[in-house]
Design a protein around this ligand. Structure first.
Ligand code: ACO
Length: 428
């Protein structure tokens, strides 16, 4: 892997820096021995230039707007495969054949139920609790219910806990929604697909038969594919960091959910729809664009910009097509979609957004679909968490299986006071 050396000069000394190449993407300078040799740290808060791990799962070329899972493009995966297929691919490295896919889907469907005691756990939350708060709590609590799969050194435990997390997340998410509405929880129906089952547990009621709409089921499944993994984003890095200490996978995924909740990350889908509703009509768009450009105004165009994509987020393209499909199936004309389209066009033609390479990201359009299907805004980030669980789990497995894995422990540039004598309280 290592192919050539770079050189770094510091205080008149020269240090050899091995350079590593991946299959595609930028080379990386291996600085692991740099502190030992030079006594200096490198400084990169926000990891803007630092690769935190080696991975074979997902590749992004932000300049070109490319996203690949195990080498397959997100456009092809979202068009021609299912969320279960993509989950298998992320976990196992190859696309499944029909038997493998059937076995995998069957295994996942056998883990969809929750321990019955967990239903009482929900009742401890306030009815108006944000469902992401419930997700953090309930997913973290899984480790209290499934002790038999928390030995991370055992590959079989890792396999079972991964399947449990992927399988139970729709049940947990649907129950969080049901709890907020006061409707009874629905048990999973394993005759349905992964996504159909989730739709039924969310929108069905025990008193009536629920017919899954195949167009909505396909749209949701595609949205789950779009969110399945996204290499070393903030929540995935959080899962890896939490897992690097040897914490159990349920606790690690709960940490990922907490990170995802923030408006700069998964919470942007909720924030984007709220923003579009606040804008309300196309004539208001110029005012909000001016606000987004004003350095003295904290307002940002939510669903716009990305740390890695400096081109159109390929997931946003698929998402925009999916909005059209869902609105047409539901025979809805959402004026907010018109606002979104016009806002996108205006921003993409504005010098500020052009210069800073700010494009719509996956969250810009997702809220419009979720809202059309009937999800309240608080559930949007929950849907993201549900779909991203497979990516978190696959990344966590990759890290734990790496024999060279170490606890994640960044260093710092200390700018606080130097050592000084303690002053007794009477003398302060
Ligand atoms: N609206 C207006 N200006 C923006 C926006 C925006 N949405 N995003 C970035 N900028 C500007 C910044 O003000 C900054 O300007 P400056 O160089 O003059 O200071 C410049 O573009 C670079 O922005 P940073 O915040 O430094 O870029 P970073 O990579 O750290 O942040 C982020 C990326 C957090 C996604 C940012 O673009 C943002 O806040 N977007 C809105 C929230 C959002 O949509 N998040 C979802 C991300 S995708 C996901 O999690 C699925």
């Amino acid at each position: 892997m290592s192919n050539e050396n770079g050189k770094l000069q510091l205080d008149g000394k020269e240090f050899d820096m091995p350079v590593m190449s991946g299959t595609i993407g930028p080379d990386v300078v291996d600085i692991r021995k740099f502190y030992g040799q030079s006594g200096a740290f490198t400084f990169d808060p926000g990891f803007t230039s630092t690769a935190s791990c080696e991975s074979q799962l997902t590749y992004i070329d932000g300049g070109e707007g490319v996203l690949l899972h195990r080498g397959y493009s997100i456009e092809e995966l979202s068009k021609d495969s299912s969320f279960m297929e993509v989950s298998y691919l992320l976990l196992n490295g190859e696309l499944p054949n029909t038997d493998q896919l059937n076995d995998f889907s069957y295994t996942i469907s056998r883990h969809t139920m929750l321990h019955e005691q967990l239903a009482t756990f929900y009742r401890g939350f306030r009815r108006d609790a944000h469902p992401m708060a419930i997700m953090c709590g309930v997913v973290g609590a899984l480790s209290a219910f499934y002790h038999d799969s928390t030995d991370i050194a055992d590959p079989e435990h890792r396999r079972i806990s991964s399947h449990r997390l992927i399988a139970k997340m729709p049940t947990i998410a649907a129950m969080a929604y049901k709890y907020s509405t006061g409707q009874p929880f629905l048990y999973p129906d394993n005759d349905l697909s992964y996504t159909g089952n989730f739709l039924r547990m969310t929108f069905g009621v025990p008193a009536e038969k629920y017919e899954v709409n195949p167009v909505i089921e396909r749209a949701m499944d595609r949205i789950f594919i779009l969110h399945a993994d996204h290499e070393q984003n903030a929540s995935t890095s959080t899962v890896r960091l939490a897992g690097s200490s040897g914490a159990n996978p349920f606790a690690c995924i709960a940490a990922g959910i907490a990170c995802l909740w923030g408006p700069a990350h998964g919470g942007a889908n909720e924030a984007a729809l709220n923003m579009l509703r606040e804008i309300g009509t196309p004539d208001q768009i110029p005012h909000y664009i001016e606000r987004a450009k004003d350095k003295n105004d904290p307002f940002r165009l939510m669903g716009f910009g990305h740390r890695v994509y400096k081109n159109y987020d390929p997931r946003a393209t698929v998402m925009q097509e999916t909005v059209r499909e869902v609105l047409s199936e539901l025979k809805l004309k959402d004026p907010i979609f018109e606002v979104a389209l016009q806002l996108e066009e205006m921003a993409l033609n504005d010098d500020y957004f052009k210069e800073k390479k700010l494009f719509p990201n996956v969250d810009f359009y997702s809220g419009i679909i979720y809202s059309a299907i009937g999800f309240p805004t608080e559930m949007f980030t929950v849907l993201f968490a549900l779909a991203r669980t497979v990516g978190w789990v696959a990344q966590w497995n990759e890290m734990i299986s790496d024999p060279g894995q170490k606890i994640g422990r960044p260093r710092q540039l200390y700018t606080g006071p130097e050592a000084r004598p303690f002053v007794p309280i009477a003398n302060r």
